[in-house]
Design a binder for this molecule. Structure first.
Ligand code: HEM
Length: 329
């Protein structure tokens, strides 16, 4: 942690001399979606990010430990789930073999009309610490108007000047390319505040660990896969039985970063298995589903949960609404 903080400090120092402002405070939801469109192109009817994805459904099954932990309706009873598995980025043709994070979005329809959404990634960290840095990163990756092509040197220089943008790619470079959406772990990344059964508020983060284990593909297996194996594999797998994840809440300790989604908490933080996510059915490849017209909202939280001051979390739902409006045009 101390090394990472040092790296961040050094990065901030370098950024002072960089040709772009460190914090231009210009990252509006529209500017972020424009920047995503500039990097990946505009694709009619599709999401500006996580354009490639597949619909699924299942059940949210709280544990006795979850019920004991908090009175949140999220832990009160079993509930149906609309899910969407995806690949990060706005390219609908991205290869399933690429090192881009996988996404999992869940809409849990709780008894009595309450709701809770999860919008998760297969990495415990995000690609930038705040919206301005994310906007700068996207702009540095966009095609140069003069050549029509991205300039890798520009993206590299930006990342050197903003070391927080190097954490997620470093994680993905080491993580296995998974054989299945069902053998992929997912994280909520942001900190949320949980009100526990005694009324105390505690900082928490989510993890979803696949019961089938994390199964990566070898170089040989990767060569044998096409670019679109994930949706077909999930559909076929669920034909034989559900896929499930153990859902844990991890509790932060004094001094743990609360508002920076590029900083991981130490692994030894206490955690409680509060639920089991069971995915029972997935769309056949190319088939539409209930998730397609939906917008999953990272700030759609059941009572008992509140967002932290993480600036990325704060801007996400507004950016998703811009993407939704554009994909409905
Ligand atoms: C400022 C930072 C971010 C921006 C601007 C952004 C932007 C977007 C946009 C525009 C969409 C498409 C929304 C839609 O059309 O419904 C999207 C989808 C998604 N994002 Fe983000 N995102 C950000 C951060 C994150 C983070 C931190 C995570 C994970 C913790 C994440 C995970 C996802 C996932 C899983 C989807 C797919 C949702 C679905 O299947 O409908 N994003 N993002």
């Amino acid at each position: 942690m101390r090394n990472r903080r040092l790296a961040l400090l050094l990065g901030a120092f370098v950024a002072i001399a960089a040709p772009w402002p460190l914090s231009a405070a210009e990252a509006t939801p529209e500017a972020l979606v424009d920047a995503l469109n500039a990097v990946f192109g505009k694709h009619k009817g599709l999401r500006a990010s996580h354009a490639k994805g597949t619909c699924a459904e299942g059940r949210w099954i709280p544990t006795a430990e979850g019920r004991a932990l908090s009175k949140s309706p999220l832990f009160a009873a079993e509930a149906p789930v609309v899910a969407r598995f995806s690949l990060a980025g706005g390219n609908p043709k991205v290869s399933d073999k690429s090192r881009t994070p996988r996404g999992l979005a869940l809409h849990v329809a709780l008894p009595g009309g309450a709701e809770h959404d999860f919008v998760l990634l297969s990495a415990p960290v995000f690609a930038a610490k705040d919206p301005d840095t994310f906007l700068g990163l996207l702009r540095a990756r966009a095609p140069d108007p003069a050549t029509g092509k991205p300039d890798p040197a520009k993206a590299k220089a930006f990342m050197e000047a903003h070391p927080d943008t190097k954490v997620q790619p470093a994680y993905m470079a080491e993580a296995p390319i998974t054989a299945s959406y069902a053998t992929t772990p997912y994280w909520g990344i942001h900190t949320f505040w949980l009100t526990d059964a005694r009324g105390a508020t505690k900082p928490v983060r989510w993890s979803f660990t696949p019961e089938a284990g994390v199964v990566g593909l070898s170089e040989e297996e990767l060569k044998q896969r096409g670019d679109d194996y994930l949706a077909a594999e999930l559909h076929e797998r669920l034909g034989k039985g559900p896929a499930a994840w153990t859902v844990r809440l991890h509790f932060g300790a004094a001094g743990d970063p609360l508002d920076d989604p590029t900083l991981i908490w130490p692994e030894d933080r206490p955690s409680v298995a509060v639920a089991r996510l069971e995915i029972t059915k997935a769309a056949a490849p190319g088939e539409k589903g209930a998730c397609d017209p939906l917008m999953f909202r990272p700030d759609n939280l059941a009572d008992g949960f509140a967002p932290s001051a993480d600036p990325i979390l704060a801007i996400r739902s507004a950016a998703y609404a811009v993407s939704l409006a554009r994909r409905m045009e």
